[in-house]
Design a protein around this ligand. Structure first.
Ligand SMILES: Cc1ncc(C[n+]2csc(CCOP(=O)(O)OP(=O)(O)O)c2C)c(N)n1
Ligand code: SF4
Ligand SMILES: [Mg+2]
Length: 221
């Protein structure tokens, strides 16, 4: 792990990354793994783990890691992205990779906003949620990206967990890796803390995550 992590205090990204790393290390697979990073707070992971990383354009991490997997079929290929990158600008490339059943693992860190750019409304922002661009509350219902993926691929491993369900998160990431090894697409969405954008302190941050869990139900699809 990098000694000078670049994430804000209380961010959920390190929980997701450390859980992934624990699995790879236990399986002796960190050398064969490559973590593709989308633009967003995901990119702050570039030197966080002892795993090679790959920086891509915003919304294009999934097709990039599909290409990497095709070039190196023995690798474990991960596309690490935020909810904005996955379900807004990158939705088309995500759905086509899912439709083709490309054997990569997508990890979507869903904090319900565009965090890196200041906390604007994203496709995952809850109805009435206050954001930088919705000061009186979001008027739209959010989209369920995993339901869209499931609609185009029945073989994929598709699941949602949260950073305050660490055992389940570990189980789902393990299952997603197994799915990739069997030649199938896999995606794990992780509901994650962003106290900086949410403007929450202490337990309020966990309470906010519990509100997200009421809208984005965790479990396997
Ligand atoms: C093509 C393009 N459009 C817009 C941006 C600006 N941008 C950078 S990060 C970001 C939002 C990222 O949000 P999300 O994917 O949810 O990740 P988070 O920062 O919340 O982890 C945006 C819009 C960009 N870098 N490139
Ligand atoms: S802005 Fe939010 S998602 Fe980004 S590093 Fe800070 S807490 Fe984490
Ligand atoms: Mg986000």
């Amino acid at each position: 792990m990098s000694k000078d992590a670049k994430f804000c205090m209380g961010c959920g990204h390190p929980i997701v990354l450390q859980t992934l790393y624990k699995i790879l290390k236990n399986n002796n697979e960190e050398q064969k793994s490559v973590l593709g990073l989308d633009i967003g707070c995901s990119l702050l992971a570039w030197d966080f783990l002892q795993v090679n990383t790959f920086q891509t354009h915003h919304g294009r991490v999934t097709p990039t890691m599909v290409g990497f997997k095709r070039a190196k079929p023995d690798s474990l290929s991960f596309a690490y992205t935020g909810d904005g990158g996955a379900y807004s600008i990158g939705l088309q490339s995500l759905l086509w990779a899912a439709k083709r059943n490309d054997p990569v693992t997508v990890i979507v860190v869903n904090n319900s906003v565009y965090a890196m750019t200041g906390g604007q409304t994203a496709p995952t922002t809850m109805k009435d949620q206050i954001t930088l661009t919705a000061p009186v509350g979001n008027s739209e219902e959010p989209i369920d990206g995993l339901a869209l993926v499931r609609a185009v691929n029945k073989k994929a491993f598709v699941a949602r967990s949260s950073v305050n369900n660490p055992k389940q998160l570990q189980e789902y990431l393990q299952k997603a890796i197994e799915s990739q090894k069997q030649g199938n697409f896999s995606i794990v969405e992780v509901l994650s803390y962003c106290p900086t954008s949410w403007k929450t302190f202490g337990v309020e941050t966990n309470n906010f995550l519990e509100e997200l869990k009421k809208v984005f139900v965790i479990g396997e699809y």
